[in-house]
Ligand binder design. Structure first.
Ligand code: AMP
Ligand code: MG
Length: 325
């Protein structure tokens, strides 16, 4: 790649130049506001960051990582007040936040209605994962940006998480419009993830904050039941109530057809009239939910080509259609 079109450390400067963090932050904030991606250091690993409120920007993350699935992402915020603006915390969640934030603990809690985190970032769920990172560069960016930022690890899918600026740049730097160099990551493994839902605290992913540290604060943890799909229990993906039928050309009696591409069904229900997988990814969970709310006999979905984000879209649809557990 030419030096000139390579994203540079601290936004706009080539490696080796003196870096003033304020300039880098301005470039990174501008990139987030424009719906572009930013390489972001955190104390756990380097993240590939986007405005959590912009589904098309979030779709770009999945595209850049080459992720074959839409996992729910962590919304990073500047402080506990900003976290409670997007998530509903009970006493246990507040105690965890007070003890471990800023730091490598992610709390999954019910999403506050009308919050700024888009459906795609939450994989359509009613819960949202939030974290206040401790890294000074991450905190400075979140303060300057003033809204939630999703930032999964900056590696390409299936590769190890980057813990240095150089590794992050090598993995997904070419997809980012700005990049912040925060030095090597202190923690080096992903954050601990706990859910605090229906009065129960559950460990979803072990990490730097240990089970013992959490249990000392909130008592014994509930057994993780993720993967199960019984109603009211924690699920990692939104599943519509209506049966989903994939690779459908037309709607059957009482079905809603989610179209793809020009002239595919009712434009209101088209995932992307122009046939753009990024737009389809951005609208997927919202349209599934909206269709479900109409209580149709079923939701039929037009074929979506496998190229690019098509693989992740098809994975999600196959799960919704019950072909994968
Ligand atoms: P990453 O951003 O790749 O470090 O990973 C995010 C982690 O948080 C994954 O393990 C997700 O499954 C988990 N996660 C994010 N949002 C939710 C949610 N709403 N419910 C359950 N788990 C979540
Ligand atoms: Mg990762």
């Amino acid at each position: 790649m030419e030096q000139a079109d390579r994203p540079t450390g601290a936004g706009g400067r080539l490696a080796g130049d003196p870096i003033r963090l304020s300039e880098g932050l301005d470039a990174a904030v501008a990139a987030l506001r424009a719906g572009d991606l930013v390489i972001l250091p955190t104390e756990t690993v380097y993240g590939l960051a986007a405005d959590a409120g912009r589904a098309e920007a979030v779709a770009r993350i999945f595209e850049a990582k080459g992720r074959p699935r839409f996992n729910p992402l962590i919304a990073h915020v500047a402080d506990t007040g900003a976290a409670e603006a997007i998530a509903v915390f009970d006493d246990a969640a507040r105690a965890l936040a007070a003890a471990f934030w800023p730091g490598p603990l992610t709390i999954v809690a019910p999403v506050r209605p009308g919050d700024r985190v888009c459906d795609l970032a939450r994989a359509g769920l009613d819960s949202v994962a939030v974290r206040v990172p401790g890294h000074p560069v991450a905190r400075a960016l979140l303060q300057a940006f003033g809204g939630p930022v999703v930032a999964p690890s900056a590696n390409r899918s299936g590769r190890p998480s980057p813990t240095t600026f150089a590794d992050a740049m090598e993995e997904t730097g070419s997809s980012a419009a700005a990049a912040l160099d925060g030095g090597p990551c202190d923690v080096g493994v992903e954050s601990t993830v706990v859910s605090v839902l229906d009065g129960r605290v559950t460990l979803l992913r072990p990490g730097a904050v240990t089970r013992d540290q959490i249990e000392a604060l909130v008592g014994p943890l509930a057994e993780s039941d993720h993967g199960h799909r019984s109603p009211g229990r924690l699920t990692l993906h939104y599943a519509p109530d209506a049966p989903v039928r994939i690779d459908a050309e037309t709607a059957g009696e009482g079905e809603i057809l989610l179209g793809f591409g020009p002239g595919s069904g009712d434009p209101r229900w088209n995932l992307s009239p122009s046939g753009d997988p990024r737009e389809a990814a951005a609208k997927l969970f919202r349209l599934l939910r909206e269709a479900d709310r109409e209580h149709p006999v079923g939701i039929a979905v037009a074929p979506v080509p496998m190229a690019g984000l098509g693989e992740a879209i098809n994975d999600r649809l196959r799960r919704a259609a019950g072909f994968v557990g």
